[in-house]
Design a protein around this ligand. Structure first.
Ligand SMILES: [Zn+2]
Length: 476
């Protein structure tokens, strides 16, 4: 007998639902929430995620008094789709943000975390460092990731050293945040703050002192061709090229040095909160928008072209406010959580910490002692309306990649060198496909159109400089 779709969906929803308490209003556990995101930061290049090089001493220090989520998945391998999802608790394809080019903003009718918090009378502020996150022109209205932030600082104070692209280095970003914090009266201590750092995004141009920390010999390396376009397949993308440099290890060293440079400034931000007496009643959430390919599958120093796991497995470290420490950490100083988490989980966590009901919640609060087993995370690359759209679904061990007109691809995340296993594992393909399709069919799913970015010449040049080109071929 065939199970009706409504019953199957209800079962699926129950399977995915978190334990009690994730969507009901509670007493505020935190006076404020600070969400810090870092661009292009893969989890496995951080010390607290097992990397052997000392890239992240300050984040490692924070992790020693936090919950570190080992199996966190972002929404997309690209800045705008990923952060749009993170800040709305929705899939990129639902909010008009599944573009491959960072060229679509989510429309005004999308409800953002900042809007919910601001409407509850809590102040909101954001500091971003990437040109793809700048505010839209006033004529476009309140759209995109800036929606709901009463203060949105997108001052891009510098240009990258090897191309005319605006950005804000981590030190300048932290300076701006500390200035904002320092100007607040003691009574203005309740807020939701989002800070986005940019430094590990290519081109990798760390400060000289940081670069020296991570230099090592690379005499015997096979050199890579230098590309004439933004693709990273089998070549160094043109926007990443360092003059005369073709050795991959040299690029990895620079990437690591960029992480270290960010990390020091992240630490300064945490110090600033602590010095103000505002750390211990803060929920501090740290994650990344996506990772970076460093040679996996012959993709080099790039993201946004595939749904490979190194682009989607990102760090997630959550430092609880004092009143939640026992609940989240038990009697230990820190905890490592191996169960799967995703971008959807930030929405209920932030709202619960602030004592607000998490209406329209799709995820699970991270503020409990445990997470349910058997969850999935989904990712998106490209929009169906703009050519081919790829999606992926993972249970943390297996990843299924799908695109209309293409055979499904199945990868074993525990054996990354194995090729596509879809033919030899048809049962796993069926199971993940069904769970993905049930998610797509959920009754509250939407498919809103994105709003094209209105580009001035400078923004257009910035985007080209980043390697984001209009009409780029579909990825896989
Ligand atoms: Zn990004």
């Amino acid at each position: 007998m065939t199970t009706p779709a409504s019953v199957r969906w209800a079962s699926f929803a129950l399977l995915c639902a978190c334990g009690s308490g994730c969507s009901r209003a509670i007493e505020p556990a935190a006076r404020r929430v600070v969400l810090v995101t870092c661009d292009t930061l893969r989890a496995d290049h951080l010390g607290c995620y097992g990397y052997a090089r000392p890239t992240s001493p300050r984040l490692d220090e924070l992790a020693r008094e936090s919950v570190l989520f080992e199996n966190q998945w972002s929404a997309a391998p690209l800045t705008v789709p990923s952060l749009s999802s993170l800040l709305t608790g929705r899939r990129p394809d639902e909010i008009g943000a599944a573009s491959r080019t960072n060229m679509q903003r989510m429309p005004a009718q999308v409800r953002t975390l900042a809007e919910v918090v601001h409407d509850a009378g809590i102040d909101t502020a954001a500091f971003v460092s990437s040109s793809v996150l700048t505010r839209p022109p006033a004529k476009q209205g309140d759209i995109g990731v800036a929606q709901g932030f009463a203060h949105y600082d997108d001052t891009l104070s510098s240009y990258e050293s090897n191309r005319p692209v605006r950005e804000r280095r981590a030190e300048a970003c932290t300076d701006a945040v500390l200035g904002w914090l320092g100007a607040r009266k003691p009574s203005e201590d309740r807020f939701f703050l989002w800070v986005h750092y940019q430094d590990p995004h290519g081109p990798y141009t760390p400060p000289t002192a940081e670069r020296a920390l991570f230099e090592r010999p690379h005499e015997s390396e096979v050199e890579l061709p230098q590309g004439s376009d933004a693709s990273g397949y089998g070549q160094i993308p043109d926007y990443q090229i360092q003059p005369g440099e073709r050795r991959p290890g040299e690029y990895v060293d620079r990437y690591d040095a960029e992480i270290h440079s960010f990390d020091a400034q992240f630490g300064r931000l945490v110090d600033g909160l602590r010095a103000r007496g505002w750390l211990d009643d803060t929920l501090l959430v740290f994650t990344a928008d996506h990772g970076e390919s460093l040679g996996e599958g012959d993709w080099w120093f790039c993201h946004g072209e595939t749904l490979q796991p190194e682009l989607l497995h990102v760090p997630l470290v959550v430092r609880p406010p004092r009143v939640l420490r026992e609940r989240m950490l038990g009697t230990s100083a820190s905890r490592r959580e191996p169960r799967l988490t995703s971008y959807l989980d930030v929405w209920p966590s932030v709202l619960e910490a602030l004592g607000l009901p998490a209406h329209d919640n799709r995820g699970c609060s991270l503020l409990g002692a445990t997470l349910p087993e058997g969850r999935i995370a989904e990712q998106w690359l490209g929009a169906a309306s703009r050519g081919r759209q790829w999606s992926a679904v993972t249970d943390g061990r297996w990843q299924l990649r799908l695109c209309a007109g293409e055979p499904a691809q199945l990868f074993d995340l525990a054996r990354p060198s194995e090729p596509d296993l879809a033919q030899s594992e048809p049962g796993r393909v069926r199971e993940l496909l069904e769970r993905h399709q049930l998610g797509l069919a959920r009754p509250d799913a939407k498919n809103l159109p994105g709003v094209p970015r209105a580009l001035d010449d400078e923004t257009r040049r910035d985007l080209r400089g980043f390697g984001y080109t209009e009409g780029a071929p579909a990825g896989h």
